[in-house]
Design a protein around this ligand. Structure first.
Ligand SMILES: [Zn+2]
Length: 834
């Protein structure tokens, strides 16, 4: 799985910082240490019986949102003889439970409590004996509140989308989502990651739809009642949470890797862009196969995009399922770079090895899946887009982990958590991915990949814990890695690294003071120190073992730069006491993205200083677009001296940068600058650009010069616009529009995703202060209130109240008492919401 709801909301909360609202991580509920749920030791569940084969025959009742299932599940005792079988089966009606013997069903006694089915077998079975149980059942995912079973909306297992076609233009779909233990809401099974089974699923569906499941499509049979039965066979064992089904009107694009089928299932509207969206997949399969020394282990690879998916994406074996965020038209895709969707394709594909081929033995060890899938994103970026893109991606994830202090308390491998979903957090993903990357730097690429190869070969079609990874890495490298795993896998937190320097002219001695200021034990940190002096760079290998270490080097002359952690791979929060001149030297001479990134950050904190300004001017022309963007977005527009130097360069970016996002951001900066009125021809010309981002920025800039003309122009783009351009239109109307523009703003703001909402919130709330019709204002207030309540725990409640109070003042001035009362009630509702 890619993004859990929590880290997505936290990423959004990070945006509050971007838009200048005070936000502290204290707003995130802290776990209480005396919580009884935290006292439970969530060890690997005992294996009494093992799944061997699962055969399902399912039909759907769209009206009732039911699945009618027949199951033949073949099982054997794991080791000790047993005469009972317990299967997870959530919220079902159970019609029959029988033993299949000599082609006959012999009824078995069972009890069922809406969570699990306890079956008495006909005799005691030995671990050398298989037996098959037949179960007839009805799964009712939308009637959850019976007995002990009452799942959250994102834990239903089986989802009917627009099943009665009530929403116009929305497709009718069925899809499933099994992680962590939700497959047992659509078929009885032992719903644990430690189980592995082959399977065969026959799905009877309306003949107009296509189906997708794990493995190969073994047969299709047309029935006389307008339905068709598709049978999918998965001939290699995998875990129940990786089972999947999807049914709907999808167009299939057929691709290939070596002799294996690769295909992409999309809604007809996006089918023409299938290759642009997913076309790198075969190349990725090739790269990962070669890097790991193990060919893609399954017989096919499909990817499907479904509506209303509850998370980012899911790595079902051979059949990854994505949310709609990944699809787009050519023009939309041209505004996206590595972080939007493409990295998820790499993430889910890497899971086919790390997660599906070798599976976490228990959820506490989910790092052997998620940390690797996260690392796979960086690996693909390096190969396809270069080191800068990979390092940028790596650093963004590190910052996401560091931003919230609550994560510093959690071990990567853990057996104490409140509920299973909690392990799908930035520690398992973002921090874990950085730890894997650190291990690669420590061992060196060849030893590390050899270790991965040993790990995958040793544990193929089985399960593993982090210990298996340690043993494989030790076997490959010959090094004892207990210290690394104790520190990073079975320990929490990270070093707060303070680095300072002293040059002694008399003795020509360079001293480096390294301190770890975090409470508790010191981390062992092997790293490199690069010393730049006399036009040369010398690399020193060091190992920091203590809370504070002092390094001394005799040098011929004072160095221009001492670069600690020269590979920038150490997972830490750094405070580096370099001078701005040293940072400028680092920007110009050190090789990595992070060298430049650190220098730009240091310069941004000192924007009045001439050396810092020189650094920022260089950053505007950085070879990597991400750093040009960073500089563009952070230069203080009130700093006239800096802007004097920067504006001609930014204008050049606005005119001719090859990257759409840089060009758009440059147009935005020029549009807000004093030279904007002279650039209206540029804005008009760029309004014809194919890039929606560039069009949007140009439209906003033009509207800022001539408000009425801007509104008029925005109207001509209302039809057929998507994402970024819609945001720009909302922005223009928000700033300069009147009541006539409100219906457009209201409709499109409601439909926008949370991220877009946040970006245009200021203009949206500004419009509510100005509208003549109180009813319109109140419509808008309701939207803000709902948004504030939905994301209250991440700081958006307070932000909504702040906005509402400002709107209230404006309505008061206008004598609109009805809206004032309405806003008071909305604020009250936010305050009392849980
Ligand atoms: Zn994942």
């Amino acid at each position: 799985m890619k993004i859990n709801q929590k880290s997505y909301a936290q990423a959004l909360a990070g945006m509050l910082l971007l838009i200048g609202t005070a936000f502290t991580s204290a707003a995130i509920a802290q776990l209480k240490t005396d919580d009884p749920l935290m006292k439970i030791n969530r060890e690997t569940p005992v294996r009494i019986n093992d799944l061997i084969h699962t055969r399902l025959d399912v039909r759907f009742d769209y009206k009732k949102r039911y699945l009618y299932g027949k199951e033949w599940v073949t099982i054997k005792p794991h080791f000790y003889p047993t005469d009972t079988l317990r299967l997870d089966a959530k919220g079902m009606d159970i019609q029959t439970v029988a033993l299949v013997k000599n082609g006959k069903n012999i009824p078995l006694k069972y009890t069922y409590d809406q969570l699990s089915l306890a079956i008495n077998l006909d005799k005691e079975y030995q671990h050398t004996e298989n037996y098959t149980v037949f179960i007839a059942y009805t799964a009712k995912p939308d009637e959850p509140k019976h007995g002990k079973y009452n799942p959250a909306p994102d834990a239903k297992g089986l989802y009917f989308i627009n099943q009665d076609s009530t929403v116009k233009d929305k497709p009718v779909q069925i899809w499933t989502d099994g992680e962590p233990e939700n497959s047992s809401a659509w078929f009885p099974t032992i719903d644990k990651p430690g189980q592995k089974t082959t399977d065969e699923i026959s799905m009877t569906v309306p003949a107009k739809y296509v189906t997708l499941s794990n493995g190969r499509l073994a047969s299709q049979k047309n029935n006389t009642d307008g339905t068709r039965t598709d049978t999918w066979k998965m001939e290699l064992p995998h875990s129940p949470y990786l089972f999947m089904m999807a049914v709907g009107d999808f167009k299939i694009y057929h691709d290939k890797w070596r002799d294996k089928e690769v295909n992409y299932y999309l809604e007809p509207l996006y089918a023409p862009y299938a290759r642009e969206i997913f076309g790198d997949t075969p190349q990725m399969m090739d790269f990962f196969s070669k890097t790991l020394g193990i060919d893609y282990p399954w017989n096919k690879y499909s990817q499907i995009v479904v509506r209303d998916y509850i998370s980012g994406a899911m790595e079902n074996t051979t059949a990854t399922l994505h949310g709609t965020y990944i699809q787009g038209t050519s023009r939309e895709l041209a505004d996206r770079y590595y972080d939007a969707g493409r990295s998820t394709i790499a993430h889910e594909l890497f899971h086919q090895w790390f997660g599906d081929y070798v599976t976490a033995k228990n959820w506490g060890n989910i790092t052997v899946g998620e940390s690797f899938a996260n690392f796979g994103e960086v690996l693909w970026a390096e190969h396809k887009y270069g080191q800068d893109v990979a390092d940028d991606h790596n650093n963004a994830d590190l910052e996401l982990y560091l931003e919230n202090t609550e994560y510093a308390d959690k071990d990567l491998v853990r057996f104490h958590y409140r509920k299973t979903e909690d392990v799908f957090d930035p520690v398992s993903y973002q921090k874990g991915g950085r730890i894997v990357n650190m291990l690669r730097h420590y061992l060196g690429g060849p030893a590390f990949y050899k270790g991965l190869n040993i790990y995958l070969k040793t544990n193929a079609f089985k399960t593993a814990e982090a210990q298996q990874l340690r043993l494989a890495m030790e076997e490959a490298s010959g090094k004892d890695l207990n210290w690394f795993f104790d520190q990073w896998y079975y320990g929490a937190g990270h070093p707060l690294l303070d680095i300072s320097y002293k040059w002694e002219e008399k003795t020509h001695t360079q001293t480096i003071y390294l301190k770890q200021t975090q409470p508790g034990k010191a981390f062992i940190l092997p790293m490199f120190v690069d010393i730049y002096a006399g036009g040369k760079k010398e690399r020193h290998k060091i190992r920091m073992n203590n809370q504070s270490d002092t390094l001394s080097y005799q040098l011929a002359e004072k160095p221009q730069l001492v670069n600690v952690d020269a590979e920038k791979s150490i997972l830490s929060q750094k405070t580096d006491h370099k001078s701005i001149a040293e940072f400028l030297f680092q920007y110009q001479n050190a090789p990595l993205y992070m060298d430049r990134y650190e220098a730009i950050n240091a310069a941004l904190a000192l924007q009045k200083d001439a050396t810092a300004q020189k650094t920022l001017i260089l950053a505007l022309q950085d070879k990597y677009y991400g750093l040009r963007l960073k500089a563009l977005k952070s230069i203080d527009p009130a700093n006239s001296n800096l802007n004097e130097q920067a504006l001609p360069i930014i204008l050049k970016l606005a005119k001719s940068d090859e990257n759409n996002l840089v060009k758009a951001a440059a147009i935005q900066v020029i549009g807000a600058s004093k030279i904007a009125p002279q650039q209206s021809e540029l804005f008009k010309a760029e309004l014809k650009n194919q890039s929606y981002a560039i069009m949007g920025a140009s439209l906003s800039a033009l509207a800022d010069i001539d408000h009425a003309e801007g509104v008029k122009m925005a109207k001509t783009y209302e039809k057929g616009s998507t994402d970024r351009l819609v945001s720009a239109i909302i922005g223009v109307y928000g700033k300069y529009g009147q009541d006539t523009e409100w219906p457009y703003v209201y409709k499109n703001f409601l439909e926008a995703n949370s991220r877009s909402k946040i970006l245009v919130m200021k203009d949206f709330t500004g419009m509510l202060e100005r509208l003549k019709n109180p009813e319109y204002t109140q419509q808008g207030v309701t939207v803000i209130k709902d948004f504030g309540i939905r994301l209250k725990e991440y700081g958006f409640g307070a932000k909504a109240i702040e906005d509402l109070n400002r709107i209230k003042e404006a309505r008061k001035q206008m004598g609109d008492d009805a809206s004032v009362q309405f806003i008071n009630r909305a604020i009250e509702e936010i305050n009392t919401a849980k």
